[in-house]
Design a protein around this ligand. Structure first.
Ligand code: FAD
Length: 540
């Protein structure tokens, strides 16, 4: 039996019988992805763009109903853009940079997430998760039409996995019954309760938070317009919960999120009249339709390691955080951004398995950063000890009048790209340049005379030469390096200089396919750049 665990918003990959189901022997595939959520599909796009054959298995036939994620961060959109689906997301999404924090009825704090210009993508857009996933699938279909070796199989539930030294065997259930396939590599992108993690009996440790949140996505039908800003109330006077969040989404839908406590009767709380009671207390005379509602609880947990032999975990299956800070899907997309090129090089015989271990090193570092930030926000929003509450209330009390207290107000530190400090793939920093572009950093975007820097960097290893010469091309250990040369005439607003040079006159950056800096120096030196490439692919 293949049960529907959730209702579909869009049926995008209906079940079709695969030729694999009629073969007497299990077919071997280079990569199988278990789970077709945003992270599984992101993985398929990354590999498909490299020409690596990939099969995605999902137990449903499309995208689930309900918005879940709404805040998609700049880095996540830049990754989507690298895969070719960032622009429709930006077009559909609601752009916002400004957030306001209230304590009871008083505004205590206001923040702007993107105070600087010259980026293709804003700090955040709000976009319902089903839209995000639909744009990914549209792109997947476009790539398939161009011949990319990506396959997605709906109503294919993975029920069993056996891991061998050099491959994995999967038992798959379909409406036509079970079949088996094999994979050289398996990616677990099967969500927070990850059946794969359980099948392999792997640990998922951390902290469960004892609080519940009621979400209502509502379409306002009266003539009231709230500003396109994130508004967060601590101890709101409307009495609908211990905190409340209000956020705009496309199609005139608003997300309202009430903190309602741990000991609640979920069934009772989800009755329409009870949701309306809270909403009415909050919104007053505003008229609205309820589009979607849900109650969520959360945990901050991660697996000890994101690699287990031939199996990798990415997204919620590998790590889970609270929704404050919007670090779930946003960090999952950084997982696939990191894993895709590494797996591609190993499959193409250009790198050894040490490169794959660096996925675990770099992304567990990212997960720890997210868990730390998410836990701090949660502790501030839902203080669980008398001391934490005294601290929280003092900060909120002071921040209305005293600037020093405002940075301590924590209604969710919003997702920013992870810097892989200390990664074994980084070469020692050889440039007295800006801190924000040190080895390990995700390249900040820059508006150039023609287009944007990140679009020029693309999906390859790139040597970025700024105000200095470099080779037109270079090949090391099978890696073909592409050179992007920029001079002051490409940078009329001086932002390359500000973000990549600082006080030095020139720079040569070695940039990985995931657009993270691997090495930098002032001028080109072939011998050293070759060594830096070898290091960046785990060969030194
Ligand atoms: C209320 C709420 C608000 C959120 N807000 C944000 C936000 O603003 N920003 C943000 O970045 N994140 C947010 N998140 C988190 C975000 O929704 C998740 O991080 C994201 O969905 C994770 O994607 P995933 O692909 O890893 O997992 P999922 O989206 O859970 O996808 C897993 C897929 O695997 C499939 N699957 C499961 N088992 C099997 C099996 N045995 N065989 C085959 N397929 C299987 C499932 O059907 C599903 O399609 C929020 C989450 C919640 C609950």
């Amino acid at each position: 039996m293949l049960d529907e665990r959730y209702t579909l918003a869009y049926k995008l990959y209906p079940y079709e019988r695969s030729p694999d189901q009629d073969k007497p022997q299990a077919t071997r595939h280079p990569v199988v992805v278990m789970g077709g959520g945003p992270i599984g599909i992101g993985m398929a796009l990354d590999l498909g763009l490299q020409g690596i054959p990939v099969v995605v298995l999902d137990d449903h036939e499309g995208v689930g109903m309900g918005s879940r994620a709404i805040c998609f961060a700049k880095r996540c959109l830049e990754i989507a853009d690298r895969y070719g689906c960032g622009e429709p997301m930006l077009e559909k999404g609601v752009v916002w940079n400004l957030g306001k924090v209230f304590h009871k009825d008083h505004k205590v704090f206001e923040f702007n997430l993107l105070p600087e210009e010259g980026h293709k993508f804003p700090a955040f857009i709000n976009l319902q998760q089903p839209y995000y996933e639909s744009f990914q699938i549209e792109r997947l279909r476009e790539l398939q039409a161009q011949g990319a070796p990506i396959e997605i199989r709906g109503k294919n539930r993975v029920d069993g996995v056996t891991v061998h030294d050099d491959h994995v065997v999967l038992e798959v259930m379909t409406p036509d019954g079970p079949y088996k396939i094999e994979a050289d590599w398996l990616i677990g992108a099967d969500g927070a309760s990850s059946p794969l993690r359980n099948m392999l009996d792997l640990e998922f440790s951390g902290k469960v938070f004892q609080d519940s949140f009621l979400i209502a996505d509502i379409k306002i039908t009266s003539d009231v317009k709230f500003p396109t800003e994130r508004w967060f109330w601590f101890e709101p006077t409307h009495g609908s919960g211990a905190s409340t969040l209000l956020h705009k989404q496309p199609d005139d839908v608003w997300r309202v999120d009430f903190q309602i406590g741990w000991d609640v009767d979920r069934k009772e709380e989800l009755k329409e009249q009870n949701i309306r009671r809270r909403l009415d207390a909050f919104l007053g005379d505003v008229q609205y339709d309820i589009v979607w509602s849900s109650i969520y609880t959360f945990q901050c947990k991660r697996m000890d390691s994101f690699r287990s032999g031939r199996v990798f975990f990415a997204g919620d299956s590998a790590h889970q955080v609270s929704p404050f800070g919007a670090r779930g899907a946003n960090s999952g997309m950084q997982d696939v951004d990191n894993l895709g090129w590494k797996l591609g090089l190993v499959i193409n015989g250009l790198a050894g398995e040490a490169l794959l271990d660096s996925y675990d090193t770099e992304r567990t570092h990212g997960a720890d950063e997210n868990i730390l930030n998410s836990t701090r926000s949660t502790d501030f929003i839902t203080p669980k000890s008398q001391q934490s509450r005294i601290f929280r209330d003092a900060v909120l009390g002071l921040s209305a009048d005293y600037e020093f207290a405002r940075p301590l107000v924590n209604s969710g530190r919003l997702s920013v790209p992870c810097t892989y400090d200390g990664s074994p793939l980084n070469s020692a920093d050889a440039l007295a340049g800006p801190e924000r572009t040190r080895p390990g950093s995700a390249c900040p975007d820059v508006k150039l005379r023609d287009g944007y820097l990140l679009n020029q960097l693309g999906n390859d290893f790139v040597l970025l030469c700024i105000n200095t010469d470099g080779p037109d091309e270079l090949e090391e250990s099978g890696i073909k390096l592409r050179t992007v040369k920029l001079t002051p005439s490409d940078d009329p607003e001086g932002r390359i200089a500000e973000r990549y040079l600082g006080d030095v006159p020139s720079a040569v950056y070695l940039i990985r396919p995931d657009q993270h800096v691997a090495a930098r120096r002032e001028t080109y030196n072939e011998h050293l750049v070759r060594a830096e490439i070898r290091r960046a692919i785990g060969k030194e």
